[in-house]
Design a protein around this ligand. Structure first.
Ligand code: NI
Length: 259
């Protein structure tokens, strides 16, 4: 069974002690590819160190909405340069976040737009972070409706109507460990998403799925997300793995197997 983890932050301190073992455990769990996402200019350099070190690791470079206010003049240009690396397969993580009060909405929108334009220029997909900003994100996408954009709404937490809108716009949807939480309303939404639009992710080190909840999350745990989707759809986990891996390959331009 081949799986991919389309969203984690392998460069974070949480993995400093055992990063080699984390990548190894993912491979043992059948995770052939791991996409690690930068959150600012500095971590965009850091994720490139990781892709050089680990054959199964790929990167997204970009500036996260909660870090938008810290961006320095020239950062976007630096990220545009880094995006030329052959193992950079997306611009992310980018988007809007109205939960954490770090960057103002105007600053976030401005950065989001710059990142969307960069993705279109480089012909790369985008990985979108949405926290309590669903409406505003669609407004920004409408503003740049002429750009050839594709990508994924990660850590999806909206309802079915929103999912329909995202799918209609040609984007993919992925759920994190919160899909497995006991009182979650997300299973209903997940079942509703067409399988050809589903991706798997951990968002590790955060959002640990059941039955590992309470521990640090890691890419190997993406198997539990696959199992949850399989349970919800009454499908074989291997079938969910096959479909979501093919979806990720189509979006990020990956071939099958381990690099
Ligand atoms: Ni993330």
């Amino acid at each position: 069974m081949e799986l991919v983890d389309t969203h984690c932050h392998l460069q974070f301190d949480a993995f400093d002690e055992d990063r080699d073992a984390v990548v190894e455990r993912a491979l043992e769990a059948g995770v052939s590819k791991i996409l690690t996402l930068a959150t600012d200019c500095e971590s965009s350099y850091r994720v490139l160190e990781l892709v050089e070190r680990y054959p199964s690791v790929y990167a997204a470079v970009g500036i996260h909405p909660t870090d938008a206010h810290k961006a320095q003049p020239g950062d976007v240009e630096k990220i545009a340069e880094l995006a030329k690396h052959p193992k950079v397969v997306a611009i992310g993580e980018i988007g809007l976040d109205l939960y954490w009060d770090t960057s103002t909405l105007d600053v976030q929108k401005d950065m989001f737009l710059q990142m969307l334009r960069l993705a279109a220029e480089r012909d790369l997909p985008v990985v979108i972070h949405n926290r309590r900003a669903g409406k505003e994100i669609l407004q920004v996408l409408d503003q740049v409706a002429g750009l050839p954009l594709r990508g994924v709404f990660h850590c999806f937490s909206e309802g079915k109507t929103y999912a329909d809108d995202v799918v209609r716009r040609g984007f993919y949807i992925s759920f994190t460990g919160n899909l497995t939480y006991r009182k979650s309303k997300l299973p209903d939404v997940a079942k509703h998403v067409p399988e050809e639009r589903l991706l798997l992710e951990t968002d590790s080190p955060f959002m640990t799925p059941v039955p590992m909840r309470g521990k640090r999350n890691e890419p190997a745990f993406v198997q539990y997300i696959a199992e949850k989707h399989a349970e919800l759809r009454d499908m074989d986990p291997a079938e969910i793995a096959r479909i979501t891996t093919e979806n990720a390959q189509a979006l990020f331009g990956w071939s099958s197997g381990t690099a």
